[in-house]
Ligand binder design. Sequence first.
Ligand code: 5MM
Length: 338
Amino acid sequence: MSEISMEQIASQLVAKGKGILAADESTGTITKRFDSIGVQSTEETRRDYRELLFTADGISNYISGVILYDETIRQTASNGITLAQILTDQGIIPGIKVDKGAKALAFSEGELVTEGLDGLRERLAEYRSLGARFAKWRAVIRIGDAAPSQYCIDTNAHALARYAALCQEADIVPIVEPEVLMDGDHTIDECYAVTETTLKTVFDELYKQRVVLEQMLLKPNMVVSGMDCPEQAGPDEVAAKTIYCFEQTVPLAVPGIAFLSGGQSEAQATLNLNTMNDGHSHPWELTYSFGRALQASALRAWGGKADNKKAAQDAFIRRARLTSEARDGNYSALDENS
Ligand code: 5MM
C-alpha cells in the first residue's frame, strides 16, 4: 500500500488552480502533430519536445498531473533523470495512457471500440513501479447517420469499467474518458443526447463492476455543436447544457471532472471552461485535461528547433496560466491579448 491514497491522488489532480496536461499522444498521433510543423518524429525529437514542456519554469503552478505514453514513461531527459521523476520532483503526478487505441467494432461499420484489456493487470503493475499513480483509457463515440449505436456505447462502457476496476485493484486512479467526438455537422442538442446516454451507460457499468467512485475521475467532452454545424452554440449555452448533462448522469461521489478539449481552439476551450466555473454552480471540481488546447501554441513556437526552446516554454506556460485562470472562473477573453 502506498502512503498516499487513491482518494488523495484524485483530489490533488483536480486541486484549485490546477489541471492535467494530456501528453499521451501515441507515436502515430504525435507524428501527425510534428508533421504539421515540419518536424521529423523520432524517439529523440519526441523526448526533446516533452522534456521542454515538463521542465518549463513554473509548470507546477498550473499542472497537477501529466498523462504519459508508454515510450515517454521509460525515457530519460538530457540530464539522465527519467521524465517521470522530473515531474515527481516538481510535485506533479505522473499518469499513463493504458489503452491500445480505438479499433473497428465488429458488425458495426464506422464505429470503434477501444482495446487493451489483455495483460492489463501486469502492465499496470509495471507502470506503478515506474511511478504512475493514475491512468487513462479513452473510448471514442462518433455522431453520424444512425450512429452511435447502443451496441457501440455498451461495448465501450463495459471496457472502460473493466479498465477502471483493474486500475483500482493496482492502486492506480483511473481516468475514465468517454469522448463523444466533435466531428460532424450535428447540433449541440444532438451532442447533448449522445453524451447523456453515454454517461448513463458508463456509470451503470462502473456500478456493476464495483468501481469506487471516490477513487476515479471523469474525462468527458463538453456538450458542444459539431465542428461543421452551421449554428455554433456560444459559451453560455455550452456551459449550461454541459452542467445540466452532468447533473442528470454523474454521481456526486465522483470528486472531479477534467475535460478534454477535443479539437476546440485554445481560446474556445478556455472560455467554455471559464464560463462553467464562473457563475454556474455545480458540486464537482471542473478542470482541464487538455492535449491540443494546452500544447498548440507551444508546438508552433518550438518548430523542432533547439533555439526556440525558451519561446516554446514561455508559450506553454502562458497557455497553462490562462487555462488555470479559467479553471477557477477568473479568465477573461481579453487576457488572450496579454
Ligand atoms: C493527447 O491525445 C490523446 C489521444 O492520443 P491517441 O489518439 O494517439 O491515443 C487523447 O486521448 C487526449 O488525452 C485527450 O483526448 C485530450 O486531448 P485533446 O487534444 O482532445 O484535449
